[in-house]
Design a protein around this ligand. Sequence first.
Ligand SMILES: [Zn+2]
Length: 449
Amino acid sequence: MERRYYNRELESMTRAELEAYQWYHLKRQVAHTYAVSGLCQRQFKQAKITPDDIKSMADFRNKVPFTTKRELIADQEACPPWGTRLGVPEKEVFYTFVTSGTSGKGQEVHAETRSDYDRHIDRGCTNYAWSGWEKGDKVMLPLPLSMTAAAPTHFLALQKLGCNVFNLGMYDTQTKLQWLRRFQIVGMFSNPAYLDTLTTEAEQMGIDPARDLAVRKILMALSAYPISFVEKMEAKWNAKIYDYYGGTQGADSATCEKGAVWQGKRGFYHLFEHMTLHEVIDPETVQPVGPGEVGEMVVTPLIREASPFLRFRMADRVRWFPYDACDCGRPFNAVEAGTVSRYDDMMKIKGVNIWPEMIDEIILTKDEASEYQGRLYISADSRETAEVAIEFKAGVPLDVKQNLLTRLSQELRDRTGVGFNVKEAAQPLPHAVFKIRRWTDDRVKGLEK
Ligand SMILES: [Zn+2]
């Protein structure tokens, strides 16, 4: 299988060359971050170190403190809007984005200079180049523009590769399918649940994707899936499915030519280690995990001028493998494709990061509501669905209940950006004194059907 490249020179390095390259940039990035970031200066002071103490990669791993989402949010709340880590004069900021999330809690603010943004687009280009996208490919992009970075990154990356991008993010599923057929579009980006929706709706419209459409490559992302789902979708679309795992903090990685599933086994996300230092650590001992073991992803961009940070803990749970676990020849270490989950209780619903506390606050502050339970699942018509069942206090009249269900539906949509099915619980719900787990996630099971 011929290896594809986006940046042939960097991607052809040996492992030793790559590690030397990483250290060259990392020590400069440590110095830059310390010089411009008040947050970094506070972290180093607390750890009683300065950049001069970091003389090797081992020093970096053993001495440099981690950065958490909580710290970034606290920093930007204490010093709005950028926090104490802007890093460049404000007129040098070329692009501003937030991480996806429902409230101040989820939304880190990040600034990028022009050259930061160019590198950001190059990460997107690498995803698509490794997945076989090339000049002239007609591609459907189903992402609407917003303050998160995904849509513009995908759009500009595809354009940079010379692809002909159809921005169908604002259209309904039927219209998207009509465009796919009318222009015989050859590739698309989709998360697993939406791919399932597209497939079901195509069949309802009498469209056989393998026969009537020209989509032969699909780039997935954003959530876990069973192997059987990929095999089923590849057959239904007569297409190869690729996948990537990333985060706007710079964690990017992508599957190689083998795709998301290869000969019945999961593929690998090859980490873009020529752009970012990736560490996978045991969250308790904070030591690196071994081959095949699970741990938490920690990232440090090798070059970042605006909003720099060191050792960001993603709270993503990944299964780590060394670079030679896949025989494609890339010098990059890898994590298993399709199995990334979370260490905290954050939920990714329709691509949006949502914390249960946010939903608790919306529902449980209503006088008439006493408890609720939430469920994420794939509906009979293949839609990713979020449902909450409300238990009312005794004696609440029917019309008040109806009114509250309607109001909650509206408020949940307004405050999270995601539509929820809101209904009354069919039976009494468990109440607990201590932290109670209110959510169940049946989505991966739903994709197995
Ligand atoms: Zn590979």
